[in-house]
Design a protein around this ligand. Structure first.
Ligand code: ADP
Length: 580
């Protein structure tokens, strides 16, 4: 049977989508057969009139034919309506299902999935792949498979009525198909190259937009635009080349099929001359032949589209087949100490962390220090299971993080990172993201505690101010205070802090510090520190170098030991500290 799991995978359909395609196919077959029945009426009519012409028989009554035609038109209208419903209307639901399922899937995929992929390609999958498939689901599948089945049924009828005429009109069909499927490799290669070129264009446009400021600052506009132009030209060239090839094969197949008409006439005339069939039989065959080719011709053009959509299906299935992060939704830790025990991790091939062991205790500030690239942020990401560690054990309150569902685990974490993500919404809603369902009063209290009142008070609409995409209208310090307000609102037992004060001026820094002290009290705090002077007040310091822990202890101990930490402090000059 053509349907089933493989069919769904082949076209990236859901079960509901497949059921609709089946109905679409059924109604396409019915519609095609009804059209054939119309030819039957025409044949009977012609036969009666021919009898009148040739034998001088009485003219047949018009009424039965008139009724036949009316019935035909009515039935044909109804079947077309059903066909339309199942091939077009219901498909829009399927598009919705697939996009939602895709988004849901992406949400549950581990970050490692995104780490290995190009974001432009994922966006392309979400948007244009589903669009392309929408076209396949609606305009193609019903007609294509309906066309196959109707052609098969009609072919059997044609062969049973007269196998010689049947063969004469059908021989082109397998030949056309063989040609089309045989040339598949050529299509595929071109379609893939055209797709890759399209992606390169999307990539370069995105890159140009993202780097606009640098490009302008360095007067590189012309060079960048020329680069994008070249890529667009190349993409156009490959697209045209791909379509040209497909066009050549599809049209050649169509012409070969139509040669069947000529051979039917030849064979038919031969058979009439030798007295084996009468003219009316040939006439009926010629009528039928045009009808066999119509759905078939349509199928040929559609097959090309199916071939081209293969790339989209593959990409969509790749997302659906990727393993999601799993784990228990019950998370009952004993306290909230974070314990790394011989943890190892690599983003790709190269190890980023090796044999990392330390404990960040509840109620204490643990600072991770070390040169840039030593693995500080990575440690924080592993603790919150943004990525899964490869070796050793990493527990929160005694529970291995890999055994906990990532979303459940995330409930125990607040993150205050440098690159705060803000959404184009009001300040109020951006803070509310910390805890969905928080009341306005709670949001405002958190905002006040994070020292947001001062700058929000200066904005015309206060907390109802729209802040622009990714907070473009806010300064770095303001954005960070919003992020702290979010974390305060969430009030999670563990706080991961990418040294939030690193990029601020002195005045802002004191304000943010005040807000932070409120946030951190009593929590398990893991700070990714960039500057030595801010870590002197930490309860514990873990020094990383090249992905390994080289020292750990209190600031005083480490200073006394005179190792890496002492050297780093000396280099940067230490004073102020963390206070909780
Ligand atoms: P730090 O926070 O100490 O600056 P990171 O933990 O960010 O260091 O990075 C440690 C190493 O891992 C670096 O070599 C960095 O290039 C690499 N790295 C960080 N993030 C990724 C990522 N998403 N994919 C691949 N490599 C990464």
């Amino acid at each position: 049977m053509i349907f089933g799991e493989r069919f769904r995978a082949k076209y990236a359909l859901s079960e509901a989508g497949e059921a609709n395609v089946k109905r679409g196919v059924l109604w396409t077959v019915v519609t095609n057969l009804v059209v054939m029945a119309g030819i039957g009426i025409l044949y009977l009519l012609m036969q009666d009139y021919m009898a009148t012409l040739v034998d001088g028989a009485a003219l047949p009554g018009a009424l039965p034919y008139a009724l036949g035609v009316v019935a035909f038109v009515a039935v044909s209208f109804l079947t077309h309506l059903r066909q339309y419903h199942y091939t077009y209307s219901v498909v829009y639901d399927e598009v919705g299902h697939v996009r939602t399922a895709l988004a849901e899937r992406l949400r549950r995929l581990p970050l490692s999935f995104f780490g290995h992929r190009d974001l432009a390609e994922l966006t392309e999958t979400m948007m244009s792949d589903v669009d392309r498939l929408e076209h396949v689901w609606s305009h193609v599948l019903g007609y294509l498979y309906g066309g196959y089945i109707s052609t098969a049924i009609i072919a059997v009828m044609v062969l049973v009525l007269d196998w010689r005429l049947g063969l004469a009109c059908l021989w082109g069909v397998p030949v056309a198909f063989a040609l089309l499927f045989g040339s598949r490799k050529v299509f595929d290669a071109y379609a893939r190259r055209a797709k890759a070129a399209g992606l390169a264009v999307a990539d370069s446009i995105q890159e140009t937009l993202e780097d606009m400021r640098e490009i302008r600052a360095t007067n590189q506009e012309a060079r960048y635009l020329a680069g994008v132009d070249d890529l667009i030209d190349e993409s156009e060239r490959l697209q045209t080349a791909a379509e040209l090839r497909i066009g050549i094969f599809v049209n050649a197949a169509s012409v070969i099929m139509r040669l069947g008409m000529a051979t039917t006439v030849l064979v038919g005339v031969g058979l009439i001359l030798s007295g084996q069939i009468d003219f009316m039989t040939l006439f009926m065959y010629l009528l039928m032949v045009t009808r066999i080719y119509a759905p078939f011709d349509q199928s040929l053009a559609l097959i090309a589209e199916v071939f081209v959509s293969d790339v989209s299906v593959r990409r969509l299935n790749e997302v659906f087949d990727a393993p999601v992060a799993t784990g228990s939704e019950v998370f009952a830790p004993q306290g909230h100490d974070i314990a790394f025990d011989r943890v190892g991790f690599a983003y790709g091939e190269e190890a980023v962390l090796e044999d990392v062991s330390f404990v960040a205790r509840e109620g204490e500030v643990t600072a991770l220090v070390g040169p840039s690239g030593s693995g500080k942020s990575t440690c924080a990401r592993l603790a919150a299971r943004l990525w899964d560690h490869d070796a050793g054990s990493l527990t929160v309150g005694g529970v291995e993080v890999l055994d906990v569902d990532p979303e459940t685990l995330m409930g125990a974490f607040s993150m205050v990172f440098q690159d705060v993500t803000l959404f184009d919404d009001t300040i109020m809603e951006n803070i509310r993201l910390g805890r969905r369902g928080a009341t306005d009063e709670e949001v405002l209290a958190a905002a006040a505690a994070a020292n947001c009142d001062e700058f929000v008070g200066r904005l015309a609409d206060g907390y109802a101010t729209q802040i622009g995409e990714n907070g473009a209208r806010l300064s770095g310090g303001e954005r960070q205070r919003i992020s702290i307000a979010r974390a305060l609102l969430k009030d999670a037992p563990i706080v991961l802090l990418d040294e939030a004060t690193a990029s601020l001026d002195v005045e802002n820094e004191t304000k943010v510090q005040g807000a932070l002290s409120r946030l951190l009290a009593g929590k398990t705090v893991l700070v990714i520190a960039h500057r030595m002077r801010t870590v002197m007040g930490a309860d514990k310091i873990v020094v990383l170098e090249g992905g390994r822990v080289v020292e750990q202890g209190t600031p005083v101990e480490l200073l006394a030991a005179g190792g890496t930490f002492a050297r780093m402090v000396e280099l940067q000059g230490a004073n102020a500290g963390w206070s909780v």
